[in-house]
Design a protein. Structure first.
Length: 184
């Protein structure tokens, strides 16, 4: 696992725990020699995880659409920054560059990125691990919705179980490593 894409908000959110976990994840990535691939912003949780990776000697690759360069304030100190034309290109480039995907708290854009990766896994476009860091129970309502979808037979249990859900960055990375070693 050389590169992990992280989907997260361009805001820090209402709880300090969100930024704390973004920083913890960034630190773990740098310590373990895993390159961060993310949305390229210098603000919010995106900025926090990237700043931490870089401060601890790691590498961070950003992928940002032209229209968001100013709005999300593109990070100026990244190892590499790709400026693309659209959100579709952003997601495709992040997927191409990454061996796994982590979703931290965020808004509609974060969910949209997560669901695209989830859908791609369900239809076999990729076989990479992906998961949710359920910091401060942020994603508990979504997790309940997944279970409801299974009960109502709109989501197969096997597909529901594809999503790794953990409360700590350490546990999520451990599960990713187990997933990858099981494939080999």
């Amino acid at each position: 696992m050389k590169r992990i894409a992280v989907f997260c908000g361009s805001s820090e959110g209402a709880s300090a725990a969100y930024k704390e976990d973004a920083v913890r994840l960034g630190s773990l990535l740098a310590q373990q020699g895993i390159t961060l691939v993310y949305g390229g912003s210098s603000v919010g949780l995106m900025g926090a995880v990237a700043d931490t990776v870089l401060a601890e000697g790691g590498e961070a690759i950003g992928v940002i659409p032209k229209k968001l360069v100013e709005r999300e304030i593109a990070h100026a100190s990244l190892t590499e920054l790709y400026v693309v034309d659209s959100m579709h290109e952003r997601k495709a480039k992040m997927a191409e560059l990454s061996d796994a995907f982590i979703t931290l708290p965020g808004g509609a854009g974060t969910l949209e990125e997560f669901f695209e990766v989830y859908t791609w896994a369900q239809i076999g476009i990729h076989q990479k691990p992906f998961g949710i860091l359920n910091t401060n129970q942020y994603y508990t309502p979504l997790i309940s919705l997944f279970d409801h979808m299974v009960e109502q037979k709109f989501l197969k249990k096997d597909n529901r179980d594809m999503v790794m859900i953990e409360e700590s960055p350490e546990s999520l990375l451990t599960n990713f490593r187990s997933f990858i070693s099981a494939q080999n």
